[in-house]
Write a new protein. Sequence first.
Length: 392
Amino acid sequence: MTQALTEIIHIPAIAPENAGEGELRKAEKLLQLLKTIGFDKIEFFYAEDNRVPSKRRPNIIAYCDGENEAERLWIITHLDVVPSGEESLWTVTKPFEPIIKEGRIYGRGSEDNGQSMIASIYAVKALKSLGIRPKRAVVLAFVADEEQGSRYGIQHLIKQDLFKKDDLIIVPDGGNENGSFIEIAEKSALWFRIRTIGKQTHASRPHKGLNAHRIGMQYAIALDKLLHEKYSFKDEYFDPPESTFEPTKKDKNVDAVNIVPGEDITCFDCRILPNYNLEEILNDIYRLATKFEKETNATMKIEILQKNVAPKPTDANAKIVQMLREAIIKLRGIEPKVGGIGGGTCAAFFRKIGVPAVVWSTIDETAHQPNEYAKIENLINDTKIYASIMVS
Ligand SMILES: [Zn+2]
């Protein structure tokens, strides 16, 4: 399993939005592995995308027949990974040169989503090796484009009508360090970019221009305060229990210290509890921008990058929640908590179409960070949970 995971990590699968070539090479490598396991059927579903060299984004579905073919258990993992980020922060190994050290496998994509991908495959392999037929059909899906919104991935598969209302769906793309959290709900997501336009000038004569950087920062700080104060409701069902409003990406402005920037760009990532209305929040964002425009003479443009209203949560009593819960109690002796997180996985798209889906895995939450790793112990123990669900 560790060998399989390192081989998978070795091939980057980065979205064209981040100057990557997509997932095809990685999908081809994965196919080699899948062919050795003995699945009953393997299918490819390509989504056309002219931005990548191969012009297509791959989605693979591997089927394993079960005793009751009418019922299907899906485990859905994603092929794509986020870029390395600042390479110098990778002190253990380079992002795509995985190594095994002190029981951990380091590399970009090791935790997100390689660990669960390999675990789902080896759960099937274990049953096959032992000659055990799963209770119901087991279907593993390996999808593209999760990190950029899933248009070419799970959304493409949903459009092909592959899913049924009574499918049992696990999306192991989130979790905590002992696997005691089953995610069934998520927050709404609101991402936006604030473009502040002033007038560029020499820094020794700032009165000749209008410093967009200062105004942009002041706006960001004022907005940060307003949103946190006004939308401060806490729901203990969620982790973290409050809505989050984070100034994140800051675009580069001028090249020299002695230039007053004429343009400033800051982005916010907000994860909002479902009781709040996104339109009301957006109105506050626009209103504050208009106030700043009047006071400073700068132009403020708000561009929405993502606006996703949280779907109705999966029922805490849904069969898949109970199956997972029982497996965790049986194999780990702990009672898992069922609740919500910041969100943004493939599970949201299932909830939107009314198919119950759970997000679960055992991870140290190193995804998207330098020195991302997967613990071998978690890799093995999560495999056991999947295998247990497959036969129960
Ligand atoms: Zn992920």
